[in-house]
Write a protein that binds this ligand. Structure first.
Ligand code: 2P0
Length: 334
């Protein structure tokens, strides 16, 4: 099964195969996984080995204005800088746009604004592809369901399937070979007191993409066989924590899940280590603060930065320990 087969199946009964608008706009929040997606069962379709569970990042995300390019060739700008189609994001964007180029003469212009560093483990591809599929849907006038958009976003980047909603989202791994049962869904629980701190330790682009690192882990880590069982346990604990507003269970499970994921990377060959010295220093500071009674936990993705989890009652205290850290309350509109 190819990406084009999936796109064709989803658009099979749609009227508009050519854009019915000249321009469309969409915004998607970035998301961070509390129970991680790490490893694919199908690399062409970004089908995951396991389900995963995330929280959205409010106004940290990306906005896209997509229009039909009369000059035929595609153009794109990110934060007002012309995109290099040879860059890794450029290549992925071009490949994705090709899926929707019904006639070879159809060109696109994408004007992307994002307030998160690209390729630094802050889920720039998640919000990028999620905003893009929504903009395509509006440009062509397809009126696809969020479930269908989640499947299309996954073809761009796995974690993008989770970026179409605000709040908690679960991406169901699915079992079908064509991935039609591998999509995300929003979870109705809300947790207004939940805070996420973005502890940015470096915003330089990572040397090993999560795509490459994931595949290397699956292919070489002797510990990867334990990962699906870890996720099965952690996913159920995190969903219980969210239902019962059990912050200790949420924090402990999310932190342990992230560290288990990084342990599979460390045991890969060649090894994958996303932490920098500052990452380890920050982890130790968090463990010390916790020892002293402050309930703060961390999670880490495919980069050196940490995302801190704590409750609104500790916000002032957290600000004294991490003065410049942006804080997001995903369930409070700011
Ligand atoms: C996640 N990450 O669940 C995990 C945890 C990073 C660590 O999803 O190859 O950009 O495009 O499907 O989604 C980052 O990987 O990878 C990611 P592709 P993606 O958020």
């Amino acid at each position: 099964v190819k990406k084009t087969d999936v796109v064709r199946a989803i658009l099979a009964d749609r009227q508009h195969l050519l854009p019915c608008n000249t321009e469309a706009e969409a915004y998607a929040s970035s998301n961070i996984a509390l129970c991680k997606y790490w490893g694919k069962r199908n690399t062409e379709l970004n089908l995951p080995m396991t389900s995963s569970f995330s929280i959205s990042l409010g106004n940290f995300g990306s906005n896209i204005r997509l229009s039909v390019n009369e000059n035929v060739a595609d153009t794109a700008c990110i934060n007002d800088q012309l995109l290099d189609w040879q860059s890794s994001f450029g290549k992925r964007l071009r490949e994705f746009l090709n899926l929707f180029r019904i006639t070879p003469t159809l060109g696109f212009h994408a004007d992307i604004h994002t307030n998160i560093p690209i390729g630094a483990g802050l889920a720039s591809s998640a919000c990028g592809f999620a905003s893009l599929v929504q903009a395509l849907d509006r440009l062509f006038g397809w009126e696809l369901s969020l479930l269908e958009l989640s499947i299309l976003a996954r073809l761009g980047s796995g974690s993008a399937s989770r970026s179409l909603w605000q709040g908690f989202v679960e991406w169901h791994a699915g079992t079908q070979a064509d991935g039609m049962d591998s999509y995300a869904e929003v979870c109705t629980d809300v947790w207004p007191d939940l805070c996420i701190g973005l502890l940015i330790l470096s915003d330089t682009e990572k040397k090993i993409s999560s795509r490459v690192a994931m595949q290397r882990t699956v292919a070489t880590s002797p510990f990867y066989t334990a990962w699906p069982e870890t996720v099965r346990h952690d996913l159920s604990a995190i969903k219980q924590a969210v239902r019962e507003k059990d912050f200790l269970l949420l924090g402990k499970t999310a932190e342990s899940n992230a560290l288990s994921m990084h342990a599979t990377m460390l045991s890969s060959w060649p090894p994958v280590l996303y932490a920098l010295p500052g990452t380890v220093t920050a982890m130790q500071k968090i463990w010390e603060l916790r020892q002293a009674g402050l309930m703060v936990f961390f999670t880490q993705d495919a980069g050196p930065n940490l995302k801190l989890l704590f409750l609104a009652k500790d916000k002032a205290h957290m600000k004294t320990h991490f003065p410049n850290m942006p804080i997001i309350q995903p369930f409070i509109n700011e």
